[in-house]
Design a protein. Structure first.
Length: 360
Protein backbone atom coordinates (compact mmCIF):
# COMPACT_ATOMS: atom_id res chain seq x y z
CA UNK A 1 0.00 0.00 0.00
CA UNK A 2 1.18 3.53 -0.76
CA UNK A 3 0.97 4.57 2.89
CA UNK A 4 4.11 2.53 3.57
CA UNK A 5 6.19 4.24 0.90
CA UNK A 6 8.93 6.68 1.87
CA UNK A 7 6.96 9.49 0.28
CA UNK A 8 6.36 12.07 3.03
CA UNK A 9 2.87 12.97 1.83
CA UNK A 10 1.82 9.35 1.95
CA UNK A 11 3.31 8.96 5.41
CA UNK A 12 1.37 12.00 6.62
CA UNK A 13 -1.86 10.51 5.32
CA UNK A 14 -1.08 7.24 7.06
CA UNK A 15 -0.22 8.96 10.36
CA UNK A 16 -3.41 11.00 10.30
CA UNK A 17 -5.47 7.92 9.54
CA UNK A 18 -3.74 5.94 12.29
CA UNK A 19 -4.32 8.64 14.89
CA UNK A 20 -8.00 8.81 13.96
CA UNK A 21 -8.48 5.05 14.24
CA UNK A 22 -6.33 4.59 17.35
CA UNK A 23 -8.62 6.89 19.32
CA UNK A 24 -11.55 4.54 18.72
CA UNK A 25 -12.64 1.72 20.97
CA UNK A 26 -12.48 -1.88 19.72
CA UNK A 27 -16.26 -1.81 19.32
CA UNK A 28 -15.95 1.25 17.09
CA UNK A 29 -13.34 -0.53 15.02
CA UNK A 30 -15.84 -3.24 14.15
CA UNK A 31 -18.57 -0.69 13.53
CA UNK A 32 -16.32 1.26 11.17
CA UNK A 33 -15.17 -1.78 9.19
CA UNK A 34 -16.57 -2.22 5.74
CA UNK A 35 -16.79 -4.98 3.13
CA UNK A 36 -16.18 -2.24 0.58
CA UNK A 37 -18.42 -0.73 -2.04
CA UNK A 38 -20.64 -3.14 -3.94
CA UNK A 39 -22.41 -2.04 -7.09
CA UNK A 40 -25.46 -4.24 -6.65
CA UNK A 41 -26.17 -4.70 -2.93
CA UNK A 42 -28.35 -2.47 -0.77
CA UNK A 43 -26.84 -0.51 2.09
CA UNK A 44 -26.26 -1.16 4.91
CA UNK A 45 -24.46 -4.16 3.45
CA UNK A 46 -26.08 -7.28 4.85
CA UNK A 47 -25.11 -10.92 4.52
CA UNK A 48 -27.88 -13.49 4.74
CA UNK A 49 -26.52 -16.88 5.79
CA UNK A 50 -28.70 -19.82 4.80
CA UNK A 51 -27.98 -23.38 5.86
CA UNK A 52 -28.87 -26.08 3.33
CA UNK A 53 -28.20 -29.45 4.99
CA UNK A 54 -29.03 -31.40 1.83
CA UNK A 55 -27.46 -34.86 1.59
CA UNK A 56 -29.65 -36.70 -0.92
CA UNK A 57 -27.68 -35.55 -3.97
CA UNK A 58 -25.02 -38.14 -3.11
CA UNK A 59 -24.84 -41.31 -1.01
CA UNK A 60 -22.67 -40.35 1.98
CA UNK A 61 -24.12 -39.17 5.27
CA UNK A 62 -22.44 -36.42 7.28
CA UNK A 63 -22.49 -33.64 4.69
CA UNK A 64 -25.75 -32.42 6.21
CA UNK A 65 -23.68 -31.39 9.26
CA UNK A 66 -21.72 -28.84 7.24
CA UNK A 67 -23.85 -25.75 8.02
CA UNK A 68 -23.91 -26.28 11.79
CA UNK A 69 -20.23 -27.21 11.95
CA UNK A 70 -19.13 -24.06 10.13
CA UNK A 71 -21.41 -21.84 12.21
CA UNK A 72 -20.10 -23.34 15.45
CA UNK A 73 -16.51 -22.21 14.86
CA UNK A 74 -17.34 -18.52 14.73
CA UNK A 75 -18.43 -17.83 11.15
CA UNK A 76 -20.89 -15.10 12.02
CA UNK A 77 -18.47 -13.31 14.33
CA UNK A 78 -15.73 -13.37 11.66
CA UNK A 79 -18.02 -11.96 8.98
CA UNK A 80 -19.20 -9.21 11.32
CA UNK A 81 -15.59 -8.23 11.99
CA UNK A 82 -15.21 -7.46 8.29
CA UNK A 83 -18.08 -4.99 8.63
CA UNK A 84 -21.14 -6.89 7.44
CA UNK A 85 -24.52 -6.75 9.09
CA UNK A 86 -25.34 -10.46 9.40
CA UNK A 87 -28.69 -12.21 9.36
CA UNK A 88 -28.49 -15.91 10.11
CA UNK A 89 -31.58 -17.20 8.32
CA UNK A 90 -31.20 -20.64 9.88
CA UNK A 91 -31.54 -23.84 7.88
CA UNK A 92 -34.06 -24.44 5.16
CA UNK A 93 -37.04 -26.68 5.78
CA UNK A 94 -36.40 -29.98 4.02
CA UNK A 95 -39.50 -32.05 3.25
CA UNK A 96 -39.00 -35.59 4.45
CA UNK A 97 -39.50 -38.07 1.63
CA UNK A 98 -38.85 -41.68 2.53
CA UNK A 99 -36.57 -43.71 0.28
CA UNK A 100 -39.37 -46.13 -0.45
CA UNK A 101 -41.36 -43.26 -1.94
CA UNK A 102 -38.33 -42.03 -3.86
CA UNK A 103 -36.82 -45.05 -5.63
CA UNK A 104 -34.14 -44.89 -8.30
CA UNK A 105 -35.87 -43.91 -11.53
CA UNK A 106 -35.88 -45.90 -14.75
CA UNK A 107 -33.23 -43.44 -15.98
CA UNK A 108 -30.97 -44.23 -13.04
CA UNK A 109 -31.55 -41.06 -11.00
CA UNK A 110 -31.17 -41.48 -7.25
CA UNK A 111 -33.30 -39.62 -4.67
CA UNK A 112 -34.70 -37.31 -7.33
CA UNK A 113 -37.89 -36.32 -5.46
CA UNK A 114 -36.17 -35.63 -2.14
CA UNK A 115 -33.40 -33.59 -3.74
CA UNK A 116 -35.90 -31.63 -5.83
CA UNK A 117 -38.09 -30.78 -2.83
CA UNK A 118 -35.12 -29.58 -0.79
CA UNK A 119 -33.88 -27.42 -3.66
CA UNK A 120 -37.29 -25.88 -4.21
CA UNK A 121 -37.31 -24.83 -0.56
CA UNK A 122 -33.79 -23.40 -0.91
CA UNK A 123 -34.69 -21.60 -4.13
CA UNK A 124 -37.42 -19.62 -2.41
CA UNK A 125 -35.27 -18.71 0.60
CA UNK A 126 -32.35 -17.56 -1.56
CA UNK A 127 -34.63 -15.59 -3.85
CA UNK A 128 -36.21 -13.69 -0.95
CA UNK A 129 -32.85 -12.79 0.60
CA UNK A 130 -31.35 -11.70 -2.73
CA UNK A 131 -34.46 -9.68 -3.60
CA UNK A 132 -33.88 -7.66 -0.42
CA UNK A 133 -30.47 -6.62 -1.77
CA UNK A 134 -28.46 -8.85 0.56
CA UNK A 135 -25.31 -10.84 -0.06
CA UNK A 136 -26.50 -14.45 0.14
CA UNK A 137 -24.19 -17.16 1.52
CA UNK A 138 -25.56 -20.68 1.23
CA UNK A 139 -23.77 -23.35 3.25
CA UNK A 140 -24.18 -27.03 2.42
CA UNK A 141 -24.77 -29.73 2.18
CA UNK A 142 -23.88 -31.44 -1.09
CA UNK A 143 -23.45 -29.59 -4.39
CA UNK A 144 -26.93 -30.43 -5.61
CA UNK A 145 -27.90 -27.34 -3.58
CA UNK A 146 -26.33 -25.27 -6.36
CA UNK A 147 -29.55 -25.85 -8.30
CA UNK A 148 -31.76 -24.15 -5.75
CA UNK A 149 -29.20 -21.53 -4.80
CA UNK A 150 -28.12 -20.39 -8.26
CA UNK A 151 -31.67 -20.50 -9.66
CA UNK A 152 -32.86 -18.34 -6.76
CA UNK A 153 -30.07 -15.84 -7.39
CA UNK A 154 -30.82 -15.74 -11.13
CA UNK A 155 -34.48 -15.15 -10.45
CA UNK A 156 -33.61 -12.12 -8.30
CA UNK A 157 -30.61 -10.95 -10.36
CA UNK A 158 -31.02 -12.39 -13.87
CA UNK A 159 -27.74 -11.03 -15.24
CA UNK A 160 -25.59 -12.76 -12.62
CA UNK A 161 -22.48 -14.55 -13.88
CA UNK A 162 -21.52 -17.82 -12.20
CA UNK A 163 -18.00 -18.96 -11.27
CA UNK A 164 -18.12 -22.70 -10.48
CA UNK A 165 -15.06 -23.71 -8.46
CA UNK A 166 -14.88 -27.47 -8.26
CA UNK A 167 -12.81 -30.56 -8.95
CA UNK A 168 -15.83 -31.83 -10.91
CA UNK A 169 -17.90 -30.28 -13.68
CA UNK A 170 -21.31 -31.36 -12.28
CA UNK A 171 -22.75 -31.22 -15.80
CA UNK A 172 -23.78 -34.84 -16.30
CA UNK A 173 -27.22 -35.60 -17.66
CA UNK A 174 -29.36 -38.63 -17.00
CA UNK A 175 -27.82 -40.23 -20.09
CA UNK A 176 -24.16 -39.51 -19.23
CA UNK A 177 -24.02 -39.90 -15.43
CA UNK A 178 -22.16 -43.02 -14.35
CA UNK A 179 -23.59 -42.84 -10.81
CA UNK A 180 -27.06 -41.31 -10.99
CA UNK A 181 -26.16 -38.91 -8.15
CA UNK A 182 -27.76 -35.52 -8.70
CA UNK A 183 -24.90 -33.54 -7.12
CA UNK A 184 -23.07 -34.37 -10.35
CA UNK A 185 -25.88 -32.93 -12.50
CA UNK A 186 -26.39 -29.50 -10.92
CA UNK A 187 -25.10 -27.37 -13.79
CA UNK A 188 -26.94 -29.45 -16.38
CA UNK A 189 -30.20 -28.89 -14.51
CA UNK A 190 -29.53 -25.16 -14.21
CA UNK A 191 -28.90 -25.02 -17.96
CA UNK A 192 -31.94 -27.23 -18.58
CA UNK A 193 -30.00 -29.74 -20.61
CA UNK A 194 -32.24 -32.47 -19.22
CA UNK A 195 -35.66 -33.68 -20.22
CA UNK A 196 -37.47 -32.79 -17.00
CA UNK A 197 -39.97 -35.54 -17.71
CA UNK A 198 -37.16 -37.88 -16.63
CA UNK A 199 -36.68 -36.01 -13.34
CA UNK A 200 -39.53 -36.59 -10.90
CA UNK A 201 -40.05 -33.67 -8.52
CA UNK A 202 -38.28 -31.06 -10.63
CA UNK A 203 -41.39 -29.73 -12.37
CA UNK A 204 -41.02 -26.44 -10.49
CA UNK A 205 -38.05 -25.58 -12.70
CA UNK A 206 -40.12 -25.44 -15.89
CA UNK A 207 -41.04 -21.80 -15.30
CA UNK A 208 -37.43 -20.70 -14.73
CA UNK A 209 -35.08 -19.33 -17.36
CA UNK A 210 -32.07 -21.55 -18.04
CA UNK A 211 -28.54 -20.47 -17.17
CA UNK A 212 -26.90 -19.53 -20.52
CA UNK A 213 -23.68 -21.39 -21.30
CA UNK A 214 -21.95 -18.04 -21.83
CA UNK A 215 -22.69 -17.00 -18.23
CA UNK A 216 -20.78 -19.71 -16.38
CA UNK A 217 -17.07 -20.47 -16.07
CA UNK A 218 -15.23 -23.25 -14.26
CA UNK A 219 -12.04 -23.10 -12.20
CA UNK A 220 -10.17 -26.05 -10.70
CA UNK A 221 -11.49 -28.96 -12.77
CA UNK A 222 -9.51 -32.20 -12.64
CA UNK A 223 -11.99 -35.11 -12.49
CA UNK A 224 -14.37 -34.93 -15.45
CA UNK A 225 -16.49 -37.78 -16.78
CA UNK A 226 -16.26 -38.56 -20.53
CA UNK A 227 -19.82 -37.42 -21.18
CA UNK A 228 -19.14 -34.15 -19.40
CA UNK A 229 -16.11 -33.46 -21.57
CA UNK A 230 -18.31 -33.80 -24.64
CA UNK A 231 -20.92 -31.43 -23.22
CA UNK A 232 -18.33 -28.81 -22.27
CA UNK A 233 -16.77 -29.01 -25.72
CA UNK A 234 -20.03 -28.85 -27.67
CA UNK A 235 -21.41 -25.94 -25.66
CA UNK A 236 -18.10 -24.07 -25.61
CA UNK A 237 -18.24 -23.47 -21.86
CA UNK A 238 -15.08 -21.72 -20.68
CA UNK A 239 -13.23 -23.99 -18.29
CA UNK A 240 -9.94 -23.60 -16.44
CA UNK A 241 -8.67 -26.95 -15.21
CA UNK A 242 -5.77 -27.43 -12.83
CA UNK A 243 -3.57 -27.58 -15.93
CA UNK A 244 -4.31 -23.89 -16.61
CA UNK A 245 -3.81 -23.03 -12.94
CA UNK A 246 -0.40 -24.73 -13.02
CA UNK A 247 0.58 -23.16 -16.34
CA UNK A 248 -0.54 -19.56 -15.82
CA UNK A 249 -0.94 -19.20 -12.07
CA UNK A 250 -4.12 -18.57 -10.13
CA UNK A 251 -4.07 -14.77 -10.61
CA UNK A 252 -4.14 -14.76 -14.42
CA UNK A 253 -6.66 -17.62 -14.40
CA UNK A 254 -9.05 -15.61 -12.23
CA UNK A 255 -8.68 -12.58 -14.49
CA UNK A 256 -9.32 -14.65 -17.62
CA UNK A 257 -12.25 -16.45 -16.02
CA UNK A 258 -14.03 -13.25 -14.99
CA UNK A 259 -13.43 -11.61 -18.35
CA UNK A 260 -14.79 -14.65 -20.15
CA UNK A 261 -18.22 -14.25 -18.54
CA UNK A 262 -18.24 -10.52 -17.82
CA UNK A 263 -15.83 -8.80 -20.24
CA UNK A 264 -17.08 -5.28 -19.47
CA UNK A 265 -17.20 -5.84 -15.70
CA UNK A 266 -20.78 -4.72 -15.22
CA UNK A 267 -22.72 -7.75 -13.91
CA UNK A 268 -23.20 -9.36 -10.49
CA UNK A 269 -21.07 -12.41 -9.70
CA UNK A 270 -21.93 -15.62 -7.87
CA UNK A 271 -19.30 -18.16 -6.81
CA UNK A 272 -20.24 -21.76 -6.13
CA UNK A 273 -17.29 -23.12 -4.19
CA UNK A 274 -16.94 -26.85 -3.62
CA UNK A 275 -14.47 -27.59 -0.84
CA UNK A 276 -13.11 -30.47 -2.95
CA UNK A 277 -11.66 -27.87 -5.30
CA UNK A 278 -8.96 -27.64 -2.63
CA UNK A 279 -6.35 -30.37 -2.50
CA UNK A 280 -7.11 -33.23 -0.05
CA UNK A 281 -4.02 -32.26 1.95
CA UNK A 282 -5.84 -28.99 2.68
CA UNK A 283 -9.47 -30.17 2.92
CA UNK A 284 -9.57 -33.95 3.29
CA UNK A 285 -12.97 -34.35 4.98
CA UNK A 286 -15.20 -34.29 1.91
CA UNK A 287 -17.15 -36.86 -0.04
CA UNK A 288 -15.22 -36.98 -3.33
CA UNK A 289 -11.64 -35.76 -2.76
CA UNK A 290 -9.34 -35.62 -5.79
CA UNK A 291 -5.57 -35.19 -5.60
CA UNK A 292 -3.88 -32.28 -7.34
CA UNK A 293 -6.21 -29.49 -6.23
CA UNK A 294 -5.89 -25.86 -5.25
CA UNK A 295 -3.65 -24.93 -2.34
CA UNK A 296 -5.11 -23.01 0.58
CA UNK A 297 -3.65 -19.75 -0.70
CA UNK A 298 -4.90 -20.36 -4.25
CA UNK A 299 -8.42 -20.92 -2.96
CA UNK A 300 -8.21 -17.94 -0.62
CA UNK A 301 -6.73 -15.67 -3.29
CA UNK A 302 -9.45 -16.68 -5.74
CA UNK A 303 -12.18 -15.61 -3.32
CA UNK A 304 -10.30 -12.49 -2.17
CA UNK A 305 -9.98 -11.48 -5.82
CA UNK A 306 -13.69 -11.98 -6.47
CA UNK A 307 -14.50 -9.90 -3.38
CA UNK A 308 -12.25 -7.11 -4.68
CA UNK A 309 -14.30 -6.79 -7.91
CA UNK A 310 -17.06 -5.01 -5.94
CA UNK A 311 -19.50 -7.24 -7.84
CA UNK A 312 -19.51 -10.47 -5.84
CA UNK A 313 -23.05 -10.72 -4.47
CA UNK A 314 -23.54 -14.35 -3.42
CA UNK A 315 -21.77 -17.65 -2.84
CA UNK A 316 -22.23 -21.32 -2.05
CA UNK A 317 -19.85 -23.27 0.18
CA UNK A 318 -20.53 -26.97 -0.25
CA UNK A 319 -19.42 -30.55 0.41
CA UNK A 320 -17.82 -30.06 3.82
CA UNK A 321 -18.51 -33.44 5.43
CA UNK A 322 -17.35 -33.53 9.06
CA UNK A 323 -17.78 -37.32 9.13
CA UNK A 324 -15.67 -38.09 6.05
CA UNK A 325 -12.22 -37.43 7.47
CA UNK A 326 -10.20 -40.33 8.82
CA UNK A 327 -9.12 -38.40 11.91
CA UNK A 328 -10.55 -35.65 14.06
CA UNK A 329 -7.75 -33.39 12.81
CA UNK A 330 -8.82 -33.90 9.19
CA UNK A 331 -12.43 -33.18 10.06
CA UNK A 332 -11.62 -30.03 12.05
CA UNK A 333 -9.21 -28.78 9.41
CA UNK A 334 -11.79 -29.09 6.62
CA UNK A 335 -14.51 -27.31 8.58
CA UNK A 336 -12.02 -24.51 9.30
CA UNK A 337 -11.15 -24.31 5.59
CA UNK A 338 -14.84 -23.86 4.81
CA UNK A 339 -15.14 -21.03 7.32
CA UNK A 340 -12.00 -19.34 6.04
CA UNK A 341 -13.16 -19.50 2.41
CA UNK A 342 -16.37 -17.68 3.36
CA UNK A 343 -14.35 -15.07 5.24
CA UNK A 344 -12.19 -14.47 2.17
CA UNK A 345 -15.27 -14.01 -0.01
CA UNK A 346 -16.70 -11.56 2.52
CA UNK A 347 -13.77 -9.21 1.98
CA UNK A 348 -11.44 -10.17 4.82
CA UNK A 349 -7.91 -8.92 4.20
CA UNK A 350 -4.59 -10.41 5.25
CA UNK A 351 -2.79 -7.12 5.83
CA UNK A 352 -5.01 -5.35 8.34
CA UNK A 353 -6.01 -6.29 11.86
CA UNK A 354 -8.71 -4.17 13.52
CA UNK A 355 -8.32 -1.37 10.99
CA UNK A 356 -11.23 -0.87 8.58
CA UNK A 357 -11.15 -3.41 5.76
CA UNK A 358 -11.86 -0.92 3.00
CA UNK A 359 -11.71 -2.24 -0.55
CA UNK A 360 -11.35 0.69 -2.93
Amino acid sequence: PQCFNNNNNNNKVFKQTFVTHSSMSSAQFIGQSSPGHNWFLEEPYTMSIIGAPINTGQPKTGVEKGPSSIREIGLIEKVREVGWRVIDEGDIDIPQIDETADPTTEYGLKRSRATAAANKSLHERVYMAAKQGNFVTTIGGDHSLGIGSVSGILRARPKTRVIWVDAHADINTDTTSPSGNIHGMSVALLMQLHNLDHFPGWEWMRDLDPLPESNIVYIGLRDIDPGEKTILWKLGIRSFSMYEVDRYGIGPVIDMAIKSVDPKGKHPLHVSFDIDSLDPTVAPSTGTPVVGGLTFREGAFLLESLASTNRLCSMDLVEVNPDAGETEKEQTQTVEMGRRMISCASGELLLWGDQPHYRQ
